[in-house]
Design a binder for this molecule. Structure first.
Ligand code: SAM
Length: 275
């Protein structure tokens, strides 16, 4: 629990980060942002949030490290395999009826989710007609996503997840091992564009058929979640699909009536027909 002074300092710190760097964490869920800022405070050896504010205002070189601490980067390939299985079995048959497809992976981090979808779309014969857009506010994560290189220790988990998602091939078909790392096949990202985009302040991607935004809304307060869901609603073509993370839902969203549950237990929604 923070005392009143710390609460004030924390608010001022978020305002300072916004004013100085235009990263807007002011509408993130208070519990999550408090935890992340406390971590950053300890990491930079600051005794108070005010000291951290001073550091970030005076030392722009500390900002990228702070951004890494403020954005949670936990991810896996084929994370929650049943989600990917549901996409494969229930959503893909609808997507197969489109001549061309746009997939937006919002909050893609270091690319694990986007590569999972690229592999899935290849296995289902949709790769050649699909463009993937991976967006995030963390530019160092986006660089990792572009490189498509993951530590070898993570591969057994990715492989198990892929199999459980109904993978039609072996994950090892998609990477080569080099210097303790798995380098994913460049052709998987030949139809992917990664870009810096914030769900807090940026605008919409046009006419997508699938938006996958997993484990991002959980860090936002209700108002910010509504803003992001509104972006997804405006981005999706009619009757197209939105996938959320295991702990996220549209149940309390202001835009819930624009969607119908498609695979409820996997938080996959379908945008309604009328605009
Ligand atoms: C826990 S990771 C989720 C990664 C991946 N989607 C998954 O489910 O494995 C959360 C990601 O959301 C990104 N993020 C946080 N705030 C964001 C914002 N305002 N706009 C876009 N991405 C954001 C973080 O940088 C981080 O990469």
């Amino acid at each position: 629990m923070l005392d009143k002074t710390e609460e004030i300092e924390l608010k001022l710190l978020l305002e300072a980060i916004y004013q100085k760097y235009q990263y807007d964490f002011r509408g993130y869920s208070p519990g999550a942002i408090k935890r992340r800022l406390t971590l950053a405070k300890e990491h930079f050896d600051c005794r108070s949030f005010s000291m951290l504010q001073e550091k970030l205002l005076r030392e722009p070189s500390a900002a990228p490290e702070a951004l890494d601490l403020l954005t949670v980067q936990v991810s896996e390939m084929f994370r929650d395999p049943s989600y990917f299985r549901a996409l494969r079995e229930k959503v893909i048959p609808h997507l197969k009826t489109y001549p061309s497809l746009k997939v937006w992976v919002a909050g893609c981090g270091a690319g694990e989710e986007l590569y999972s979808l690229a592999i899935l779309f290849r296995e289902e014969g949709l790769e050649a007609r699909t463009m993937f857009y991976g967006t995030d506010i963390n530019t160092s994560a986006l660089k990792k996503a572009e490189a498509g290189v993951y530590e070898m220790e993570r591969i057994p988990l990715f492989t198990r997840n892929h199999q459980r998602s109904g993978g039609r091939s072996s994950l090892s078909d998609y990477y080569t091992a080099a210097h303790g790392a798995a380098v994913f096949d460049k052709t998987l990202r030949s139809r992917a564009v990664f870009s810096d985009h914030s769900l807090v302040s940026d605008s919409v991607f046009a006419e997508t058929q699938l938006v996958s935004c997993r484990n991002v809304l959980i860090y936002f307060d209700r108002e910010l979640q509504d803003r992001a869901v509104c972006l997804f609603k405006d981005s999706l073509a009619r009757k197209c699909f939105l996938g959320l993370g295991a702990k996220e839902s549209l149940r309390f969203s202001r835009h819930a009536e624009a969607f119908t549950e498609f695979v409820g237990e996997e938080r996959i929604y379908r945008k309604n027909g009328e605009r």
